[in-house]
Design a protein around this ligand. Structure first.
Ligand SMILES: Nc1ccn([C@@H]2O[C@H](COP(=O)(O)OP(=O)(O)OP(=O)(O)O)[C@@H](O)[C@H]2O)c(=O)n1
Ligand SMILES: C[C@](O)(CO)[C@H](O)COP(=O)(O)O
Length: 226
């Protein structure tokens, strides 16, 4: 049994504007609906737990999508807090060894083939797996708007989501990071702190996270073509 965990309690400060970006529309639907549909359409995914901000008045009230359960909980101050809250809120039938796919509500252009690759990798490895892609640009370190240095990029990847881990191990890892006062920006970082070496699965470069208005325009184009 595989469940999706969707952190959707962010405020979209880098995007700006009054509407949290997960509720902005692209190709006629909110970003969060594209993300949920992509995961719940997969035959191995049984349901989704969505972490919402306490004051979220825009949640459309879905209890089912793609004929699968959509549950919700209250997220936290950081993305990692929201993911931990969602893991803890999952139904008891989702055991510690069950695989969970953690995916940003702000990544609407997730495709079936990437989910297939991720599940295949995560099911063969106790350390889990994440989607990502190798860096293909030269990296510059900035200082006061000027190039301060060129950073080596060999072996560097960009981490995407979904990130796939066993419910129990990820809950323990995120809780350990929180207890240590360490803010992790993805699930793999928490697992790495515990000594795990998750698989890197090369995924589509168009699995973008909508962070700024320019990203939304690109998402509109990509989803309109899908
Ligand atoms: N406390 C938080 C912060 C973020 N998220 C979610 O984590 C995903 C990725 O985070 P990000 O792109 O940073 O979203 P925001 O935090 O909303 O953006 P910003 O940092 O610009 O405010 C988003 O789906 C966001 O809703 C969350 O569930 N809980
Ligand atoms: C989880 C993530 O999307 C992987 O790249 C990223 O770390 C989220 O970062 P954000 O600053 O919370 O958007």
């Amino acid at each position: 049994m595989i469940w999706a965990v969707i952190p959707a309690a962010g405020r979209g400060q880098r995007f700006g504007g009054p509407t949290p970006k997960q509720y902005l529309h692209a190709a006629g639907k909110p970003l969060i609906e594209h993300a949920l549909n992509a995961l719940l359409a997969h035959p191995r995914v049984a349901g989704a737990m969505v972490a919402l901000s306490p004051g979220d008045a825009l949640w459309p009230g879905w209890s089912r999508l793609q004929d699968k359960p959509v549950l919700r909980c209250v997220g936290g101050g950081e993305r990692a807090d929201s993911v931990l809250a969602a893991l803890r809120a999952l139904p008891d039938e989702v055991g510690d060894e069950a695989l969970v796919l953690v995916h940003d509500a702000a990544r609407p252009n997730l495709r079936r083939g990437d989910i297939d690759l991720l599940i295949a990798a995560a099911e063969t490895c106790a350390d889990g797996a994440i989607l990502g892609a190798p860096l293909r640009d030269t990296l510059k370190r900035a200082a006061d708007g000027r190039i301060a240095a060129t950073e080596p990029r060999d072996g560097l990847w960009r981490a995407f989501t979904p990130q796939a881990f066993r419910r129990g191990a990820l809950t323990t890892a995120l809780d350990a990071a929180a207890q240590a006062g360490v803010i992790v920006t993805d699930e793999a970082s928490a697992m790495e702190r515990m000594g795990a070496k998750p698989h890197l699965v090369e995924g589509r470069e168009d699995n973008l996270k909508v962070t700024t208005p320019a990203d939304l325009a690109l998402a509109e184009y990509l989803l309109g073509k899908a």
